[in-house]
Structures are given as C-alpha cells and as structure tokens.
Design a protein around this ligand. Structure first.
Ligand SMILES: Nc1ccn([C@@H]2O[C@H](COP(=O)(O)OP(=O)(O)OP(=O)(O)O)[C@@H](O)[C@H]2O)c(=O)n1
Ligand SMILES: C[C@](O)(CO)[C@H](O)COP(=O)(O)O
Length: 394
C-alpha cells in the first residue's frame, strides 16, 4: 500500500474590523470611520482592502449600537458576506464582540482598526506570513525621532532603541486570542489594554513584529485626514480616457442617444442600436483602461450584436473598470449635431448615463453643439460624439 501524506490546507483567515468607537479626537460631526476620505467613507476603504485580499475568507465589522444606518450607508459591495456585530464601551469589548461573531471554520483572525483605511496587501501579507511560525504577528515601524520627556520644557531624553510604533492588523490563531481576551476580561486588576498584542502577551503568546507602513496611519485627529488624503494622492492611479464616434443618418423615426429614445425624422444606422452617445462613453472607459475599443470586445462581424441595445457595451466597460479596482468619478459627453435638439432630453440622458455608470448624476455631463452647418454634421448626414471619462483607483 502506498502511504500518502495529506496535503495541508491553507489556514482560513477572518478580518475583524473594529468600528465601535466615537472618534471624539477627530471631531467632524460623526464617528470618523464614516467620514469621507477622498470620495469614499473611511470604513468602505478599510472593508474593501480586506475583501480584496485573496487570503481573507470572512469579514466581521464591529459597529456601535447606534451606527447601523451609518454602516448601511457606507458599506461597499463586497465579495465576502459582511458579518456585523455590536461593540462595547472599550476597544477590548468591541474586539471580544467581534471574536464571538466570527463564523465557523476560521483558523486565523486579523484584528484591524476601521480607522486605518490605507492598510496595504503587503502589510496583510507580512502578518499572515509570520503567523506560520508565531502565535501572533503585528506590523510596526521603528521609532526614528528622539524621544523627550517634559511638559512646556524638555526634562529628559528617553532611549528609543528597540521602540516601535504599533499598527494593525494584529493577527492571531483564533482559539488562542479568544482565550487571551477571556482571561483579560476575567482579570479583576486588568488595565485597559493598548491593543490585542498586549492582551495576547499577557496570556503568554509570542508576537512577531512585521513590516509596518507609514501609509497605514490611524486617523485619530482632524489633521490625520489631511495627511491620509495627501498620501492617497501620491499613490492613486488616476486616468482619463477619451472616446469619439460617428453614426450616419438613415431611414427611421427616432434616434437612441444615451439610452433615451429621441423622436426624429431619421434614424441612426449601425450594427447595434447605433447609440452614438453610449458608444462614445464606452470607448472612453476602454481607453482609460488601455483595453482597446468596442470593436475589440463586440466585433461588428459577430451577428449576436446585430440590433443590440448599447447599454450592454457600456455595462461591460463599467464592469471591467470595477474588476480592476477603478471607480468612475466623472463623464463628460458632447453630442455634435444640428438636429435633433439635445437640450430637452439632456436631463434624461444624464440620468440614464449615471445609472449605467453607477455614479451620481452630479458627476455626469451631457452637452451638445452644432458645427454651424459646416461639415457632415452641419449637412445633417449624421451625429458625432466626444467623451472624456475619469477613472480613479485609490
Ligand atoms: N469602544 C470602542 C472604541 C474604539 N473602537 C475602534 O478601535 C479603533 C481604534 O480606536 P481609536 O482610534 O481610539 O478610535 P475612537 O475610540 O473612535 O477615537 P476617540 O478615542 O478619539 O474617540 C477604531 O477603529 C475604533 O472605532 C471600537 O471598536 N470600540
Ligand atoms: C490598536 C492601535 O491601533 C495600535 O496602534 C491603537 O492602540 C488603538 O488606538 P488608541 O488611540 O490607542 O485607542
């Protein structure tokens, strides 16, 4: 008989995101984790960072009892189901509530502050890698500035050798950190723990220090929001794409423009429904993604696209952008024709485009111009369109 060694299965890791605090030091009129950071709620970025990591198999978010509506409004669409738990008066209590809510079948837990939205895949990787050989692991940065003691004047200098600035996620084997938190809770003399590493160490666990990241800052004060925004600007991938398309007039009694049926004495000719507005915006998105054009993805030689409604093409481009982590933040379309007059239909066109682009109508512009009766559009032989879109990957 041949003996086989069972293949070890990779441990399954959960992300436990603590968001039960009030963010009093940050101010701003609402708990900091729900405030906007460069166009997205802080917590949406934090959740998305873990949801996007392939080693994360479960997501638990601990919120304050009053914050259900805030979390519902801020949570992003996620690959993983999002388990919600209600936190307590201290960070420790919130972590315990989260540990209790972790679904079955999880081996490792990464406990992370919702207020650290810029956590990178590399920081998460470092923690997970160290957990293969340690009870716990957490990122940190060495203290590089001199450390003083004092109030208004300096009264002493502390030795900074071996001092670290602790970050999250702090990772552990699930049973061990549950036991550590239970022991911490039952200790009548327990001090408030600075973090989960302190709770773990008090229970005898060893914790490896893994590479931290300056960008993985905790949003604590109002100034931290400015700092995080600046950090994001330097690492953001911002792209613009342009599109241009023309369709000629032929027989018909209407034209399709941005998904809106506009009555007209002629129709537009094309393999699909000839919606020159949607085609142009679609091509602008493909352009920003460096992904060819509509013909690359929907060849005119393919009979299945004959008469197709053009929202199919735009939805494909929007999905492709989302799959690559891009958010569409703006679209500007210019339709070039003498007639039909676009003005009376522009609001409906903006609304439909916004719906298809999955963005607010305030980020979508539809305008029109004539060419003063010059050229093919001036002779009313067809309609031309120009578009610019902006895509942002945080
Ligand atoms: N009772 C608490 C307190 C804090 N936290 C979470 O722990 C993280 C780190 O805490 P901190 O930065 O101190 O947040 P707040 O307690 O919200 O801030 P503040 O002390 O300024 O009110 C935050 O994501 C916060 O939401 C929590 O889940 N439950
Ligand atoms: C857990 C922590 O983020 C590690 O740096 C930090 O201790 C929590 O924040 P607080 O400001 O000390 O509550």
């Amino acid at each position: 008989m041949v003996e086989t060694t069972p293949t070890p299965t990779a441990p399954r890791a959960a992300a436990l995101i603590v968001a039960g605090g009030r963010g009093l030091r940050a101010g701003g009129g609402m708990p900091k984790q729900y405030r906007d950071l460069a166009g997205q709620p802080v917590i949406a970025r934090t959740i998305a960072a873990f949801d996007a990591h392939p080693a994360i198999a479960a997501l638990v978010v601990v919120r304050h009892a009053d914050d259900a509506p805030l979390l519902a409004a801020a949570r992003p669409g996620t690959r993983l189901p999002l388990v919600e738990a209600v936190g307590g008066a201290t960070r420790d209590a919130s972590v315990r509530a989260g540990l209790d809510a972790i679904p079955e079948g999880i081996d490792l837990v990464l406990i992370h502050d919702a207020a650290r939205p810029l956590v990178s895949a590399a920081v998460i990787d470092g923690v997970l890698a160290a957990l293969a050989t340690h009870d716990g692991a957490a990122p940190a940065l060495p203290v590089t500035d001199a450390l003083w003691r004092g109030e208004a004047t300096v009264t002493g200098t502390e030795d900074r050798t071996g001092l670290w600035r602790a970050q999250t996620p702090q990772g552990f084997r699930l049973p061990a950190i549950r036991a550590a938190h239970a022991a911490h809770l039952s200790d009548p003399a327990r001090p408030a723990a600075a973090d989960d590493v302190e709770v773990a160490r008090a229970h005898g666990l060893t914790v490896a220090i893994t590479p931290g990241d300056e960008a993985n800052l905790k949003l604590t004060t109002a100034a931290d929001f400015d700092r995080a925004t600046r950090l994001m600007e330097t690492r953001m991938d911002i792209r613009t794409g342009n599109g241009f398309d023309v369709h000629r007039f032929g027989p018909g009694d209407h034209v399709m423009l941005c998904g809106v049926k506009v009555p007209h004495g002629r129709g537009l000719q094309g393999h699909s429904d000839a919606d020159v507005g949607l085609h142009t915006v679609t091509d602008a998105i493909y352009g920003a993604l460096c992904a060819g054009d509509i013909g690359t993805h929907f060849p005119p030689s393919d009979p299945q696209w004959k008469g197709a409604e053009s929202h199919i093409f735009l939805t494909h481009a929007v999905d492709m952008a989302a799959a690559q982590g891009f958010a569409i933040t703006h679209a500007d379309l210019t339709l070039i024709c003498e007639r039909p007059k676009i003005g009376p239909h522009a609001a409906a066109m903006r609304a439909r485009l916004a719906e298809l682009l999955r963005i607010d109508m305030g980020r979508v512009s539809v305008k029109a111009t004539t060419t003063e009766q010059l050229g093919f559009t001036g002779r009313e032989e067809g309609i031309a369109a120009l578009a610019t879109v902006t895509l942002v990957k945080p």
